[in-house]
Design a protein around this ligand. Structure first.
Ligand SMILES: *[C@@H]1O[C@H](CO)[C@@H](O)[C@H](O)[C@H]1NC(C)=O
Ligand SMILES: *[C@@H]1O[C@H](CO)[C@@H](O)[C@H](O)[C@H]1NC(C)=O
Ligand SMILES: [Cu+2]
Ligand SMILES: [Zn+2]
Length: 174
């Protein structure tokens, strides 16, 4: 499983970075999360001038909305519970990706209506490196919709009440 993953991922990443370098694009870095759990696939994270670009290719995600966040710890054991809570170094409330108050990796929801799920978005808060860098932490995809901190549930302001963890991966350098 692992060897297949790396065999597939590394050539894709290298060819994309080489392509961008050849085009004179502002290539800085690639990081990827390897997902463990019921979902398979990759997320490729790239820091660009306009923010952190996040590109996913996932299979096996149930249709519907699923919260996706950066969690504190770079561990995926115990069915992703070892990843801990949302990465929250400044002790603020959970929010949506466009909110002024939010956690560093509050990326909202993946709205899944096809398999594979292919989606690209840019985040202007999370960074790969630096004081609140997310490399070495993890990404978790949840079973339920993230209410973006606007629900009535006590968990809403903590984690968006997005339910059990379907998949997770550590953010690593490739
Ligand atoms: C995550 O890391 C923090 C800080 O090291 C630690 O206090 C916490 O227990 C960890 N959480 C889990 C679930 O391991
Ligand atoms: C974080 O914020 C909450 C709510 O504002 C507060 O109750 C808690 O004591 C804070 N924790 C730390 C470690 O500052
Ligand atoms: Cu989460
Ligand atoms: Zn959060």
């Amino acid at each position: 499983m692992l060897s297949i993953f790396f065999y597939l991922l590394i050539p894709a990443v290298l060819s994309q970075s080489m392509e961008r370098a050849m085009m004179g694009a502002n290539y800085i870095n690639f990081k990827a999360a390897e997902l463990v759990g019921s979902i398979q696939g990759t997320l490729i994270l790239e820091e660009r001038d306009d923010g952190l670009n996040i590109e996913d290719r996932l299979t096996g995600v149930p249709f519907g909305k699923h919260g996706i966040h950066v969690h504190e710890n770079g561990s995926t054991g115990n069915e992703c519970l070892d990843a801990g809570g949302h990465y929250n170094p400044t002790n603020v409330s959970h929010g949506g990706p466009n909110d002024a108050e939010r956690h560093i990796g509050d990326w909202g929801n993946f709205d899944v209506a096809g398999d594979p799920h292919l989606y690209t978005f840019t985040d202007h808060v999370a960074k790969l490196t630096g004081p609140y860098g997310i490399v070495g932490r993890s990404i978790v995809i949840h079973a339920d919709e993230d209410d973006l901190g606007r629900g009535n549930n006590p968990d809403s302001k903590i984690n968006g009440n997005s339910g059990p963890r379907l998949a997770c991966g550590v953010i690593v350098s490739v």
